[in-house]
Ligand binder design. Sequence first.
Ligand SMILES: [Mn+2]
Length: 312
Amino acid sequence: MIITVRSDIGAGSRGSAEGVTVLLDLSEQSGIADQLEKKDCEVLFAEGFTSVYAKNIEKVLHICEAVCGEVYASLRSGYFPIVISGDHSSATGTIAGIKKAKPESRLGIIWIDAHADLHTPFTSSSGNMHGMTLAASLGLDNVACFLRDPDKTTLDFWWRFKRIGGLIEKIRPLDIVYVTLRDLEEQESRLIEELGIRVFSTEELREIKEKALGTLILEYLKDCTDIYLSFDTDSLDGSISKGTGLPVDNGIMPTEAEELICIILEDPRVLCFEITELNPRFDINHATTTMVYNILEKALGILKTVPRPSFH
Ligand SMILES: [Mn+2]
């Protein structure tokens, strides 16, 4: 099942919501998603509380609650959810939905992203929610590295945001794997170090190649019962891919990303895949759109071939 989330309000710049429509349109034109159910996550843009510490937090909370509900329903109905989202804050809802559907699950997270998304309202200088996704899923505040002193209303919403789906600590730090992480702040790198989160750099990928890296990642997550794979467009090399909110150089090449994602998706423990942060407004000559669409096409191809009772 394809779940679309047309929201970009968790990002610093607008436009990634349009990326969702572009990817869905291309999929429909080519017919690759013909056999799949589609579900659009309703995104209502009523007024909501916002603050400099966590921009649009009330709306992002409601969107993520909706994503949680759709991912939960999808898994419980026996589908494999493929989430196509605007900005990466949606993944807090995705993870919450997976845990709600499978509370006993030990969920491994493969986060292919230039960024760690480990900020909180206490540490973020931008206040952009798409930089807080994994901190929320881990139930962290990181007050030790505080930079700001958020007001009570912000913290009330932050508490609700961490608690989407009913659980606060949904995942364990040691069950997260970062791939091509390369643009992070001091507060985030301290957390990664303290919590011992596994990071694979672009250099490591290039040295051992996709197949060996995929095997290494899956082996690292051997004790996890389920795996969620999240692909942020900004993991792609910023020198060739501009169509995302925060492009960063020294990233993954499109063919490397395709190969690695396919190897990971061959593991039957993978129960959800998300693709996010394609921003057509910044996409010169549709280069990034083509790269991301090709990744989606390859991923759908693999998901169709690997026996999974839930893929429809
Ligand atoms: Mn991200």
